[in-house]
Design a binder for this molecule. Structure first.
Ligand code: MN
Length: 228
């Protein structure tokens, strides 16, 4: 096929211990999935169903590359998250079958322009400009579930300049991975190559130029990069 303009490259994420890559199709994200974070954002964790939003696949940053401080914000927040990488999908998936779709897991950052998100929330506007900007989705290499299993209660940590900013265990998530996949598939036909950022624990805060972020999930992966 001949294209009238040069097609953009398929965003791809390295897979642990191989020379192979996971091709990213879409990025879905879950909002408000840890009680302590819901409370710090002023919500009630027991009364809100899962919130989904998305980022463009091109927002991924891989290989511990530097992230440029984004335009149009003065309040860039980190959100460390477990990322699920799908090898298959479908619509209306059951909770019981959901994990069959999982290729593997990674640790990622859902960068958020919190000032723009506040404006969007106050005015009932979409979150796209707050969430779906360039380089807003750094991600570690992917650990295949065939090697790391399905993490349930692993510790997730984010350090900024060596100091712990966010730390929790994955079993503190309000909706676990099978529930997230099942729920998301009620709205979208999930596909191979989809990534799901599963929400962040408490402790979100601003970062700036010169900061070094180090994210990890025990048994899954590590990610470290600078903001420049
Ligand atoms: Mn998030």
């Amino acid at each position: 096929m001949e294209y009238v303009v040069k097609p953009s490259a398929i965003p791809s994420v390295p897979v642990n211990n191989t020379d192979e890559f996971f091709p990213v199709h879409r990025i879905y994200c879950v909002g408000r999935n840890y009680s302590d974070h819901v409370k710090e954002m002023g919500g009630d964790p027991k009364q809100e169903p899962p919130i989904f939003f998305s980022k463009p696949a091109s927002a991924c940053v891989v290989g511990n590359q530097d992230v440029n401080y984004p335009q149009a914000t003065s309040d860039l927040h980190h959100e460390v998250e477990l990322v699920v990488a799908l090898k298959s999908g479908g619509k209306d998936l059951s909770i019981e079958s959901a994990l069959d779709c999982v290729y593997g897991y990674a640790v990622g950052i859902d960068f958020t322009r919190r000032d723009l998100q506040a404006i969007a929330k106050n005015n009932g506007r979409p979150w796209d400009v707050a969430k779906g900007f360039d380089q807003s989705a750094p991600i570690s290499s992917i650990a295949p579930a065939s090697e790391c299993g399905h993490p349930v209660d692993s510790r997730i940590t984010l350090k900024v300049n060596g100091e712990i900013r966010q730390q929790a265990k994955l079993d503190e998530m309000i909706w676990a991975v099978p529930e997230i996949i099942s729920s998301l598939s009620q709205f979208f036909e999930l596909k191979s190559g989809d990534l799901i950022y599963t929400g962040t624990p408490a402790g979100v805060a601003a970062v700036g130029v010169g900061d070094t972020l180090s994210a990890s999930i025990e048994g899954v992966g590590e990610l470290e990069f600078n903001i420049v």
